[in-house]
Design a protein around this ligand. Structure first.
Ligand SMILES: Cc1cc2nc3c(=O)[nH]c(=O)nc-3n(C[C@H](O)[C@H](O)[C@H](O)COP(=O)(O)OP(=O)(O)OC[C@H]3O[C@@H](n4cnc5c(N)ncnc54)[C@H](O)[C@@H]3O)c2cc1C
Ligand SMILES: *[C@@H]1O[C@H](CO)[C@@H](O)[C@H](O)[C@H]1NC(C)=O
Ligand SMILES: *[C@@H]1O[C@H](CO)[C@@H](O)[C@H](O)[C@H]1NC(C)=O
Length: 506
């Protein structure tokens, strides 16, 4: 049988995160034999990164499979490789519809060192969740009453509390709790403030059914399994790409005859020629380096969308203890600052008040696996500032915070590890969101291959994948994986090779 045309095409994939790996996997399965991945760092996985603290596995990057059910390709792969606990695989848990937040056993700690009564707080949580759902319903309706999610949530929340809650003390406490939940939402969206998140497009993000689950052996186990199925030396590590020269055929700037339309130039001067390049570089990096990353530069509309779309920071601070100070069934401890009832930006002075932006601590479970380990969540500029501080300073500030909020000044933090995604030179933040005045069109622009159709040039020279290029699953691992597959499929159909699923049972 004749070898189908296309399989000899030279494909360079930039970035060895899950989107790049997914693209390679699909092309190689379909017979492509000139596929290469060029990665800036010394490792695969990108924002999937499992670390350790005292011998226990901790996730520096992605934590959960969001919506683990059959429609989720990450869930299908993880089940296929047998990487999940059996509880996560149960039919029952696959069909749980959390519609945003899992039903966690929460404790509410206040800045005066008291544990707040959960029943007293429940109405505020309910109002907030209802408003969040409402904010999602404006998508496709042209009825959004304001431009951002933050403005909408704050206005409605204050309006309802003034109308419904007569006792002044209770009202203020519940409003302070709104402030905490807004900070939590900043982390989920990966933004500094919800005032930066577009209201009309908020509902474009789709959540899948299933009770969010983790990888008992670490998220990176998934990467390792996928890498095993690729040719051994497919990845070139430690090779940051400096510039993608495209449309080379038609620009006679060099006397050297080129045989391929794209040349990828690395920082160290090495070059790689290709027929097709799939760029999976994070949006944060693109924002910072777009003016040098492509030559000729990006078309205006693509450039504008890169500049306009949001890419913010969400970090974790893991804390280990000799013994727990929380109740056995507690899954998350929220921090409520009683003076934050007006829902204004809580942090005035970064140096002294950055810690106010931390919304909560989640407790790592099960205890047999993790010991006494909790994870603090902090997003936005305060999170970026936290990254610049020495570990001792953070330890000191967090310890003071715990003493204040528990009223127990004997608590000692044994060990601390934090993530630093903003200062990671090849990520420059955590994940993308649809910023104020952006829409699905911006994501389409981001994903559009070069050259634009209609130009007289070799088609599909530069393709774009990665988390930020998925319209309904941006900011997730499954979104990233699907975009890698999408761009591989684009090449397959370009060469009239029908897209085939990866293995028989996936
Ligand atoms: C703190 C945190 C928590 C998260 N939690 C979750 C979660 O619980 N669930 C979930 O679904 N998602 C989560 N995410 C998001 C998820 O991790 C990402 O959406 C996904 O991993 C992105 O995959 P990607 O392939 O698009 O990008 P990446 O994984 O970032 O891969 C891109 C690769 O490109 C490389 N690169 C960059 N610049 C260059 C260059 N110039 N030359 C060569 N290579 C370059 C990078 O080094 C990187 O390896 C989280 C992310 C963070 C940061
Ligand atoms: C669903 O998940 C929860 C949390 O992991 C677990 O306790 C429960 O046993 C699971 N349900 C089933 C039917 O496995
Ligand atoms: C929104 O509108 C677009 C374009 O009309 C359509 O493709 C999409 O399915 C709609 N989405 C929802 C959630 O209604």
């Amino acid at each position: 049988m004749a070898v189908p045309a296309g399989v000899d095409a030279r494909v360079v994939i930039i970035g060895c995160g899950i989107s790049g790996i997914g693209a390679a996997q699909k092309l190689i399965n379909r017979g492509f034999r000139n596929v290469r991945i060029i990665e800036a760092t010394s490792r695969s996985g990108g924002r999937i990164k499992t670390g350790s603290l005292d011998g226990k596995l901790i996730e520096i990057g992605a934590n959960w499979i969001h919506g683990p059910s059959q429609e989720n390709p990450v869930f299908r792969l993880a089940s296929h490789y047998q990487l999940l606990d059996k509880e996560s695989m149960s039919e029952e848990n696959q069909s749980v519809d959390i519609g945003g937040l899992p039903p966690l056993f929460s404790t509410w700690l206040s800045s005066s060192g008291e544990k707040l009564d959960a029943d007293l707080m429940a109405p505020a949580v309910e109002v907030f969740m209802t408003l969040l759902r409402k904010s999602q319903e404006f998508y496709n309706t042209s009825k959004a009453p304001m431009s951002t999610v933050g403005e909408f949530l704050k206005m409605e929340a204050l309006h309802i509390s003034n109308k419904e809650w007569k006792d002044d003390k209770t009202k203020k406490l519940r409003q302070a709790l709104f402030s905490t939940l807004l900070k939590l939402e900043c982390g989920i969206s990966g933004t500094h403030t919800m005032d930066d998140v577009d209201l009309a497009t908020f509902g474009m993000y789709k959540s899948l059914p299933g009770l969010d689950c983790t990888f008992p052996g670490g998220y990176e186990g998934l990467i390792n399994q996928m890498m095993k199925e690729l040719p051994k030396d497919i990845v070139l590590y430690n090779k940051p790409v400096k510039c993608i020269h495209w449309n080379s055929f038609y620009r006679q700037t060099s006397s050297k005859a080129r045989t391929h339309p794209v040349t990828v130039e690395c920082n160290n001067g090495e070059t790689f020629e290709a027929d097709h390049v799939i760029v999976t570089i994070p949006l944060g990096y693109m924002k910072k380096h777009h003016n040098t990353l492509l030559d000729p530069p990006l078309p205006q509309h693509k450039l504008h969308s890169i500049q306009r779309l949001g890419f913010g920071t969400n970090n974790k601070i893991f804390l280990e203890f000799e013994k727990p100070f929380w109740d056995e069934d507690c899954e998350v401890m929220f921090l409520v600052w009683e003076d934050e009832y007006d829902l204004q930006n809580p942090v005035s002075d970064m140096k002294t008040a950055w810690i106010r932006k931390m919304s909560c601590f989640t407790v790592l479970k099960p205890t047999e696996r993790y010991g006494h380990l909790i994870c603090g969540w902090i997003a936005g500029h305060e999170s970026e500032y936290m990254e610049t501080l020495p570990e001792e300073d953070i330890l000191h500030t967090v310890t003071q915070l715990l003493h204040r909020f528990t009223g127990d000044s004997t608590i000692v933090v044994k060990k601390l590890v934090r993530s630093r995604w903003f200062h990671d030179p090849y990520t420059c933040g955590s994940y993308s969101y649809v910023a104020k005045d952006c829409s699905g069109r911006d994501i389409d622009n981001l994903a559009e291959p070069l050259p634009l159709t209609g130009l007289n040039a070799e088609p599909l020279q530069v393709l774009f994948a990665g988390e930020a290029t998925h319209k309904s699953f941006f900011s997730t691992v499954h979104g990233a994986l699907l975009t890698g597959w999408r761009e591989a499929d684009r090449l397959l159909s370009h060469y009239n090779l029908s897209a085939r699923t990866i293995t028989a049972n996936l």
